[in-house]
Design a protein around this ligand. Structure first.
Ligand SMILES: NC(=O)c1ccc[n+]([C@@H]2O[C@H](COP(=O)([O-])OP(=O)(O)OC[C@H]3O[C@@H](n4cnc5c(N)ncnc54)[C@H](OP(=O)(O)O)[C@@H]3O)[C@@H](O)[C@H]2O)c1
Length: 303
């Protein structure tokens, strides 16, 4: 099968299209013929080997797994022993290791049936960004009608899901950051999801109500050693003072959350917002586009 492979860290030009062995499926696994793969800033970070502090996890000199991509949508081609939820021919979406390829073997518990109304590209756009947005807004923010919620980076992959999910739970308002700085308006919010890290922590605290919550979620890839790690430590210290709270979290990939997103999509409350799609041979351009930090919604690769 064709796959996009990296043997070293670097920018998009280190990626090569290669013929590699089709993955074998073990017990509880499903062989997915990939139709589309989602692109996330994490793919750019692992391709680049940044921040350096993460290299023991990625692989010290080269990535442990050379095929990037986690978000996947496709059709079940075969099922391993013990698989009960899927059969060949089912259209599915979820997460795996190495979705920039023609096939992947995927644990049954990392997949759900694809919402019928979505294209494969839209379905592949959902898992990581949708789950971050859901877990931030629902589990950390406990967002509900009557609250004031601010999503910084609302037009990006996570932001476009977070805005729709917050609205499904009862909130809405839009600020264009090129004309208005939300930390300077005097308006205060019960919950801020910060996908960008372009304001100081004290400005963000001023924009929170006295009992508001900040979820700092990324940005700062410019810091090649730590990315946002130093800011999170500073935030943890700062938020010791006063009654505002800090909702630090790392995405936890859960089937129940993928199913919750599928239900929001099927109920018409959430629709993946697509920026661009690329072909498999254009994977490097797709990852570099997302790595620039200004994607408009989600980017997907058509396989
Ligand atoms: N906590 C976790 O487990 C976890 C998991 C996945 C991702 N993340 C992190 O979450 C962050 C967001 O991910 P994403 O997929 O949403 O990224 P994305 O698709 O690249 O979106 C980035 C957003 O940031 C906005 N932006 C960039 N510069 C800005 C500025 N100066 N002021 C205001 N907005 C600005 C962009 O809007 P414009 O184009 O209009 O500038 C865009 O809306 C990334 O840093 C990622 O690493 C965290």
């Amino acid at each position: 099968m064709k796959a996009i492979v990296q043997d070293t860290y670097g920018s998009g030009e280190i990626l090569e299209t290669r013929d590699v062995a089709k993955p074998a499926i073990g017990e509880g696994e499903v062989l997915v013929r990939i139709r589309a793969a989602g692109v996330n800033p994490a793919d750019w970070a692992i391709m680049s080997g940044l921040p350096y502090i993460a290299r023991p996890v990625y692989g010290l000199r080269r990535p442990k797994n050379g095929i990037r991509g986690t978000d996947v949508a496709g059709s079940v081609e075969a099922v391993g022993a013990g698989v009960s939820r899927f059969k060949p021919g089912d259209d599915v979406f979820g997460w795996c290791v190495g979705s920039y390829a023609e096939y992947a073997s995927v644990s049954e518990g990392s997949l759900a049936l694809k919402p019928a109304a979505l294209t494969f590209e839209q379905a592949a756009a959902v898992p990581m960004a949708g789950m971050v947005a859901l877990q931030a807004v629902r589990d950390h923010g406990h967002v509900r009608a009557g609250q004031r919620v601010l999503i910084n980076g609302a037009s990006g992959g996570i932001g476009t899901f977070a805005v729709q999910i917050a609205k499904a739970f009862g909130a809405d308002h839009v600020i264009d950051y090129t004309t208005e700085d939300f930390t300077k308006t005097g308006q205060q919010y019960d919950f801020i999801l910060d996908n960008v890290s372009n304001h100081s922590l004290s400005d963000l605290r001023r924009a929170l109500t006295p009992t508001g919550m900040l979820v700092p979620n990324g940005g700062l890839f410019g810091n090649r050693w730590l990315a946002g790690g130093g800011r999170i430590v500073r935030a943890a210290v700062l938020f010791q003072f006063g009654s505002q709270t800090l909702g630090n979290f790392l995405l936890s990939q859960k089937l129940e959350d993928l199913v919750a997103l599928k239900e929001l999509i099927e109920a018409g409350q959430v629709t993946p917002v697509m920026d661009r799609t690329y072909s498999l041979s254009e994977t490097a351009q797709a990852i570099d586009h997302v790595g620039m930090g200004h994607a408009r919604g989600k980017v997907a690769i058509t396989v």
